[in-house]
Design a protein around this ligand. Structure first.
Ligand code: SF4
Ligand code: F3S
Length: 107
C-alpha cells in the first residue's frame, strides 16, 4: 500500500503535506506533488494536513482518479524532492475543488 496525491492538488500545491512526512517522500513538479510509493511508509500523517483533501490511500482513491496511482509512481522518479512548505500557487483558492484539473497537469 501507499498514499497517493490526486487531482485536487493540481494548480493548488499547498505543500503542507511535506512538512509532516517522516520519510520525506514528496516530489515537486510545476503544479502538483507526487509521493514515491517505494518510500511511503503508510503513516497517513499527510492526509489531514492537505487543505485540498487531495491525499488518499491507494485503495481509497476516488473513482475515476485511479490514473494518479501510476502518475505518482512515475513523477516521483523524475521530480526533485521537497521537504519544506512553501507558498501555495497564486490561484490555489480559486482552483480548489474544480473538477477535471488533470488536463492542466504539467509533467
Ligand atoms: Fe509520507 Fe506518511 Fe504521507 Fe506516506 S503517508 S507520504 S510516509 S506522510
Ligand atoms: Fe498538494 Fe495538498 Fe500537498 S494540495 S501539495 S497534496 S498539501
Amino acid at each position: 500500500m501507499t498514499f497517493v496525491v490526486t487531482e485536487n492538488c493540481i494548480l493548488c500545491k499547498y505543500t503542507d503535506c511535506v512538512e509532516v512526512c517522516p520519510v520525506d517522500c514528496f516530489y515537486e513538479g510545476p503544479n502538483f506533488l507526487a509521493i514515491d510509493p517505494d518510500e511511503c511508509i503508510d503513516c497517513a500523517l499527510c492526509v489531514p494536513e492537505c487543505p485540498a483533501n487531495a491525499i488518499y490511500a491507494d485503495d481509497e482513491v476516488p473513482k475515476g482518479q485511479e490514473v494518479f496511482i501510476k502518475l505518482n509512481e512515475e513523477l516521483a522518479q523524475k521530480w526533485p524532492n521537497i521537504t519544506e512548505k512553501k507558498e501555495p500557487l497564486p490561484d490555489a483558492e480559486k482552483w480548489d475543488g474544480v473538477e477535471g484539473k488533470i488536463q492542466y497537469l504539467k509533467q
